[in-house]
Design a protein around this ligand. Sequence first.
Ligand SMILES: [Zn+2]
Length: 124
Amino acid sequence: MEIRATCLNCMDGRVQLPVLLWIKENYTVDFVDVITEAGMDGVLSDQEDIREVLRSITISVNVNKSFKFFVAGHFDCRGNPVEEKIHCQQIKRAVERLKNYWPNHDIIGLWVDKNWQVSVISQG
Ligand SMILES: [Zn+2]
């Protein structure tokens, strides 16, 4: 059976390939479902109503059988223009928030730096 994961990322075109390639290099995954918002880390951390994002994740989990989530934030995010330190806090909060809904899923928080390098900053 195919192995699926879900990536919650910014809509910024610069971060799609770096994050997807990094996931494919570091995890055994056949397909990555991608859900985007402008500044996804800020949305998941601070926005009260995230029902639309949860709806997409639910399809990814229930229908596509995704078993692992990635939440990414990135350098120079124009949809969520805050300092790197704040991004990191938001990514951690986003991981914890999603963990409440999917306690049995691995949820990995990623930071994409100014060289478009990806690193793990949080795990839930
Ligand atoms: Zn962004």
